[in-house]
Design a protein around this ligand. Structure first.
Ligand code: UAG
Ligand code: ATP
Ligand code: API
Ligand code: MG
Length: 496
């Protein structure tokens, strides 16, 4: 595609250099530029892409998109706002792929990955070709790829949609993070359904206040389906968790049809008579298509919410209720979400991705529903992220545990010990005595000590990193997998 075709999309844009320059790809990271790419210079939070224009050209970029004058001998497309231009250009370059399939987006503080996996399971069992995009990675056809962010930027996202379409994908089920909404990564995407899980404190390092965090989520719903259509496939749905107070505000922001799910309030899709065990969760599912009893292998009330959201989204796609039930009942635990590590020991070890106060509280409440012995919790908080959540997570860990190991999550550029100092006041506020917790920055050591401490019927919760297979310490990415470490620690016990 020629540069001038892309320029024609953006009001007030201007090209210096050859307008006919042929563009064969789009890139926003100079290190990944391939010959023929259009390199979009993005002013970022840590760096400024304009500084890397030279490197992009050296790597073979055919042209650049920039907000400010570049002193460079290459064609440049000047625009006012690189991020909006990136969304418009990428959508056009890849042929508006989100218009050729149904995109179901899931947003909310917690439960996005799990909900997308449940929707994916139900729709694939129903015979649909699905693609999945989120924290754990991206699945296109039967191949999976790693993702750096939960929601990629517009250039990578539209490219992924195109590849999904090229292998016949009918549904893309994706996580839509609040960062993505605030940064316009999903601008231009045509969503069929926008699903909201919940809103609780996290990411205030980025959004500053809960109001701004909610406003970012609101963008998803306010942009959804402002026009109606006679075609069923063009209809838009906002699927909202009615038990979360933010849903009322989101409902008011959208002109799409609102479909609700919940446990406590009246809802279109609802669960009642919920029973919890360590082996799963049973409930009566009432929907606008009828009622059925369901037994989930997933544990915890929060997974009932995730299942209800997925039920609403898939019933709207015409999946029969009985098939929805069958898929729910077959649904396996999502990796790193309340994932048991079982080496035949007589206590339970769960690895969970809870990394926000609400996530941790839900994981621990779930355990309290069935635990017979003590609860031993190993957790930390990520560095370079919302500091405000640290004492809150400390307080929650203390409230629901008999013993707490405070340890490192991904300290990133921060001093691990300082992060633990931020968590500790929360433990003290909850009244934990010094004999009831340990501060061990080395995560492997903390996991080993927790497992050595466990007695029959105890539950050891290792929270925060879930599926992650790395730990970022001092900016260096090291291999680390909670499940592997826990397994080694349990095997070590068995040898003693
Ligand atoms: C705060 C934040 O979200 N930052 C994201 C953002 O970075 P940025 O735009 O600020 O970019 P920057 O690092 O300042 O660099 C500016 C530009 O220079 C370019 N550059 C930079 C260096 C270089 O050598 N060459 C080069 O071209 C960069 O590619 C970028 O285009 O855009 C980058 C490219 O898309 C992201 O990778 C980066 O995610 C960082 C790694 C991150 O940690 N993000 C987290 C907070 C995040 O987004 N999380 C949400 C999930 C949250 C949740 O709900 O749990 C997510 O969707 O993943
Ligand atoms: N509906 C929910 N409500 C509250 N907590 C939840 C819910 N679902 C999952 N959790 C907790 O949050 C953790 C993360 O779940 P999940 O990965 O599904 O969320 P996410 O929204 O995708 O997270 P991220 O923002 O990091 O992508 C789980 O390990 C669990 O402890
Ligand atoms: N999407 C979240 C994941 C946090 C996971 C936790 N292990 C951490 O590193 O803080 C973030 O980037 O803030
Ligand atoms: Mg996720």
């Amino acid at each position: 595609m020629q540069l001038k075709e892309l320029a024609s999309l953006i009001v007030g844009s201007r090209i210096t250099g050859a307008e006919e320059t042929e563009i064969t790809g789009i890139q926003t990271d100079s290190r990944k530029v391939k010959p023929g790419d259009l390199f979009i210079c993005l002013p970022g939070t840590a760096q400024d892409g304009h500084e890397y224009a030279g490197q992009a050209i050296t790597q073979g970029a055919a042209a650049l998109v920039a907000e400010r004058p570049l002193d460079i001998a290459a064609p440049v497309l000047y625009i006012k706002d690189s991020r909006t231009a990136m969304a418009i250009i990428s959508d056009h370059f890849y042929g508006y792929p989100s218009h050729e399939m149904k995109v179901i987006g899931v947003t909310g503080t917690n439960g996005k990955t799990t909900t997308t996996f449940i929707i994916d399971k139900i729709l694939s069992d129903y015979g649909q070709i699905t693609g999945l995009l989120g924290t754990i990675g991206m699945r296109i056809g039967d191949k999976t790829y790693p993702t750096q962010n939960t929601t990629p930027d517009a250039a990578d996202l539209q490219a992924a949609f195109r590849r999904m379409r090229d292998v016949g994908t009918g549904y893309c089920i994706m996580e839509v993070s609040s960062h993505a909404l605030a940064m316009g990564r999903v601008k231009g995407c045509r969503f069929r359904t926008a699903l909201f899980t919940n809103l609780t404190q996290d990411h205030l390092d980025y959004h500053q206040t809960m109001d701004r965090y909610l406003a970012a989520k609101g963008l998803f719903f306010s942009r959804l389906g402002n026009e109606y259509s006679p075609h069923e496939s063009d209809r838009k749905y906002a699927v909202l968790n009615v038990d979360d107070p933010a849903s009322a505000e989101l409902a008011a922001m959208t002109s799409a049809q609102v479909v609700t799910y919940g446990i406590h309030q009246e809802a279109d899709v609802r669960a009642s008579g919920i029973q919890f065990t360590s082996a799963g969760t049973s409930f009566m599912l009432s929907t606008f298509c009828g009622d059925v009893p369901v037994h989930l292998k997933l544990i915890g009330k929060f997974n009932v919410y995730n299942a209800l959201g997925a039920v609403a989204a898939t019933l709207l796609e015409g999946v029969p209720l009985q098939q929805v039930k069958n898929s729910l009942e077959e649904m396996e635990i999502v990796q790193g979400r309340m994932e048991p590590v079982n080496e035949g020991q007589n206590f339970l070890v769960l690895v969970d991705y809870a990394h926000s106060p609400d996530g941790l509280e839900n994981a621990l409440k779930t355990i309290s529903e069935f635990v017979e012995g003590r609860v031993i919790t190993v957790f930390g908080c990520g560095g370079d992220r919302d500091r405000g959540k640290r004492p809150l997570m400390g307080e929650i860990a203390a409230r629901y545990s008999d013993f707490v190991f405070m340890t490192s999550d991904n300290p990133r550029s921060e001093d691990p010990e300082r992060i633990l100092d931020d968590i500790e006041p929360g433990l003290l506020k909850a009244g934990l005595a010094s004999s009831e917790y340990s501060k061990i920055a080395d995560r492997k050591e903390a996991i080993y000590q927790a497992i050595e401490m466990a007695r029959p019927n105890d539950v050891v919760l290792i929270a925060g990193k879930g599926h992650e297979t790395y730990q970022i310490i001092n900016g260096t990415v090291l291999h680390f997998d909670d499940r592997e470490v826990a397994r080694e620690a349990i095997r070590g016990l068995n040898r003693d």
